[in-house]
Design a binder for this molecule. Structure first.
Ligand code: PMV
Length: 321
């Protein structure tokens, strides 16, 4: 009747940026991510025949119909899938430092799918859960597992996440730099559709298998340079499709570009670091421990008042009972 699950968010090193099927949320490309320890969502799902309505509380605040719609539609979809009925209450808490400026839909839908399945005692594998999480938010597919995770493009059945290394013995950090935490003007769903008008989109898609293989090899051989270069390339390819779409758009803000140039400059000084950027202006910097303080102070010197959160590998979903 009641179950609580925790899921950590993830950041793609090889980006997902396009749906093959909007309803099923199957992607046009495979992607590969790093699950992060610093950011997670705890979600309790309760179903009870005495309940008279569906409700959704986010960070202890009851959400209105508008804010609850996506979550309710998702649960109704899952209930239909498993032939279940009845009202429910969802309590969700985002443990994402308010400063991080990171999207939380990946951890949110992974935690929700997991708590839903347990509360109804559905006997599902982690692979099944990754498929269920996918229909809430594409990137949530990967948050079922920890460490390095691949999301295989596939079809409705085969589009699932597979762990590459759930507990990597790696000195790898991601510094999340907050540029702006405001709500983005172009949602990722809309951005993904618009980007497909870019003449660079198809050539990028054709490179997907090769980029995934190269990233898997970089992970296997613990080659930080290769991993960083590939992650930066994938982010640049994604943002290049936005800039060359019709109409063209970008998530970058002036501070985003300042940070890109700073990272290039730091590299030329021998401080090895790389960036990745999602559907927003915030920059995540990949670096190793010995360079974290030099990078952080360079960022603070360049931009007053930005917040930086240091993250490393996080675990897959778990139950909190
Ligand atoms: O699943 P969504 O709608 O949050 O899309 C995520 C898209 C990116 O974050 C930009 C890339 C990715 O692979 O996570």
């Amino acid at each position: 009747m009641e179950a609580t699950a925790r899921a950590h968010t993830n950041i793609a090193l090889i980006k997902y940026w396009g749906k093959k099927d909007t309803a099923l949320k199957t992607p046009l490309m495979s992607s590969l991510s790093m699950t992060l320890d610093a950011f997670y969502t705890d979600t309790t799902f309760i179903h009870d025949s005495n309940l008279t309505e569906d409700s959704f509380y986010l960070n202890k605040i009851k959400q209105n119909d508008n804010n609850s719609e996506r979550v309710f539609n998702y649960i109704h979809h899952l209930q239909k899938l498993f032939n279940l009925k009845g009202h429910f209450t969802i309590y969700s808490t985002n443990h994402v430092p308010t400063s991080a400026g990171l999207a939380s839909s990946a951890s949110a839908f992974a935690a929700l799918a997991t708590a839903f399945a347990k509360s109804y005692q559905l006997d599902l594998s982690l692979t099944d859960l990754s498929r269920l999480a996918r229909s809430g938010s594409g990137s949530a597919t990967r948050s079922i597992f920890g460490g390095f995770v691949k999301w295989i493009k596939g079809n409705d059945q085969t589009s699932i996440a597979v762990p590459i290394d759930q507990n990597p013995d790696w000195d790898l950090h991601m510094l999340a730099v907050e540029v702006n935490t405001g709500v983005k003007k172009i949602s990722s769903s809309k951005g993904m559709i618009q980007a497909q008008t870019s003449p660079f989109y198809l050539p990028w898609l054709e490179r997907n298998d090769e980029e995934i293989t190269m990233m898997e090899n970089a992970i296997k051989s613990k080659n930080f340079t290769k991993l960083g270069e590939l992650a930066e390339l994938s982010a640049n390819e994604m943002h290049a499709t936005n800039l060359t779409a019709t109409p063209s758009f970008t998530y970058f803000e002036p501070q985003t570009l300042k940070l890109i140039k700073l990272i290039q400059e730091l590299r030329s000084q021998g401080i090895e670091c790389y960036y990745t950027i999602d559907a927003g202006p915030n920059v995540k910097i990949l670096a190793q421990k010995n360079n974290l303080s030099a990078i952080s102070s360079a960022v603070h010197t360049l931009l007053d008042n930005v917040k930086i959160v240091d993250a490393s590998f996080g675990p897959g979903v778990k139950f909190l009972d």
